[in-house]
Ligand binder design. Structure first.
Ligand code: NAP
Length: 433
């Protein structure tokens, strides 16, 4: 084994993930040393409240993260505090002083990847964030390295465990959204404020990161079209079954062709997917990402998308890579944005719609409804009529058309006398037509 001077590691944050990272660093130090080619030595751990008891030598704890990052004997910084501030400044300072950084902070990377990657490139160090997307599941590195010679067409995934837990439980039990959300909170699957998860912000950050890497372009969270799951009802899940589908919150990144040329579509919304689609069987808090590349074909990555130890596994993977690069005076791949593809607005993206409406129970309603779709060149793939009298319902599933044409049709339906209420509008994904 080659001998090298120890690599000093600073860990910022000792919560769910940081605690596990510190544990693995200390418990597996001999193996990690052999894999890196030098000992990884923990110099300190920054927390907000150093007086709280923690499973670590108290002498390693500090409330002064900036001072820890600046120490001369720190070579690598692992940021696991979360949030934008002070994480952004601490990471920037570390990179500018020649220290590689590993982070799990998707909210930060999805917005400031440009600034931080530039700092890493200019200072000859690494910025790694495998754990920022889908926890333990290796997806950033496969996209960055394993598929570097291929052309990725599409990355679609379930990348938020909280919403997948909620939708799976609604599907299995028939319970309503609010009840399942409350249960998810009790079981620790949902945070006290679940907004970032249930409204799709977390999934949108991950979509931005995946789209940037997959399409060699810079995509930030605000470029991602986003809808959450809070309006999904148990009726939606029941109705989905009638079409041999289920409902999942999907993060979708794909290359699309528009009149203006090649574009990226990056979008997050709850969608119907056929039961035979590989993502339909991903249940509970699990995550999965399906990558479609021109030559590799379809690849699927599945596993635990969150949790202390699973996420720490991805962090440690990055840490070993960054430490090895340091020992061998190398550097991992830099951010690749050469393609600079623009992101298309959702209006221009071809989508399929599923529209459920309460209608007046009288002759000719179906023709009138069909007429609104055909006026905008949206062709209908399936229609289902249910009930009679005040309970009459019509469910329409369309073929692919621009999202603008689909949403304008829905707006027109809402204005029709014979449509009492458009009760649900969802997109349909995972089909070829
Ligand atoms: P967490 O449990 O809330 O822990 C945050 C830690 O950071 C705490 O130890 C806290 O100190 C410390 N901290 C916060 N602000 C600080 C400051 N200004 N100065 C010093 N220390 C500070 O968070 P987590 O769940 O471990 O998540 C950490 C990161 O991993 C986040 O970016 C998150 O998005 C990402 N991530 C988490 C998961 C997961 O399953 N949890 C999965 C993937 C990615 P105190 O302990 O004193 O409060």
């Amino acid at each position: 084994m080659m001998r090298s001077r120890p690599i000093g590691v600073a860990v910022l944050g000792m919560g769910n993930v940081g605690t596990e990272v510190v544990r693995i660093l200390l418990e597996n130090s001999a193996d990690l040393q052999s894999r890196v080619g030098a000992p990884l030595e923990l110099r300190g751990v920054a927390v907000r409240d150093a007086s709280r008891p923690r499973p670590i030598d108290p002498g390693l704890l500090t409330e002064d993260a900036a001072e820890l990052v600046a120490r001369d004997d720190v070579d690598l910084v692992v940021e696991l505090m979360g949030g934008i501030y002070p994480a952004r400044d601490l990471i920037g300072t570390a990179l500018k002083s020649g220290k590689s950084v590993v982070t799990a902070n998707k909210a930060l990377i999805a917005v400031y990847t440009g600034e931080l990657s530039t700092a890493a490139a200019e200072n000859g160090v690494d910025l790694y964030y495998e754990a920022a997307v889908a926890g333990a599941i290796p997806v950033v590195r496969p996209l960055t390295q394993s598929l570097a010679g291929d052309t990725v067409q599409r990355v679609a995934g379930i990348v938020n465990g909280t919403t997948n837990y909620i939708l799976s439980a609604m599907d299995e039990t028939g319970a309503d959204y609010d009840d399942v959300l409350a249960e998810a909170g009790r079981l620790g699957y949902a945070e006290a404020d679940p907004t970032a998860d249930v409204e799709g912000y977390d999934a949108a950050s991950k979509a931005a990161i995946l789209a940037s890497i997959a399409f060699h372009s810079r995509v930030t969270a605000s470029d991602v079209y986003r809808e959450g799951i809070s309006r999904i009802t148990s009726d939606d899940l029941e109705d989905a079954k009638k079409f041999d589908c289920t409902v999942k919150l999907l993060s979708i990144c794909e290359r699309i062709r528009t009149d203006d040329g090649e574009r990226i579509s990056a979008r997050v919304y709850p969608a119907l997917i056929p039961l035979e689609h590989p993502l339909a069987t991903v249940n509970g808090a699990f995550n999965a990402v399906v990558v479609e590349a021109e030559n590799a074909g379809r690849l699927m990555f599945y596993g635990q998308g969150a949790g202390g130890a699973p996420t720490a596994s991805a962090v440690l993977g990055d840490l070993v890579m960054a430490a090895r690069n340091r020992v061998f005076h190398g550097r991992g791949p830099l951010e690749s944005t050469y393609a600079s593809l623009p992101v298309a607005p959702i209006d221009d993206v071809p989508t399929r719609y599923y529209v459920s409406m309460k209608v007046a129970d009288r002759a000719g309603v179906l023709q009138q409804v069909a007429g609104e779709f055909s006026k905008r060149n949206v062709s209908i793939a399936a229609v289902r009529q249910e009930g009679a009298g005040a309970g009459a319902r019509l469910i329409v599933v369309t073929h692919r058309a621009s999202d603008r044409a689909q949403s304008e049709t829905v707006a027109a339906l809402e204005e029709m006398d014979s449509v009492i209420k458009v009760s649900s509008v969802l997109r349909l994904e995972g089909t070829d037509d």
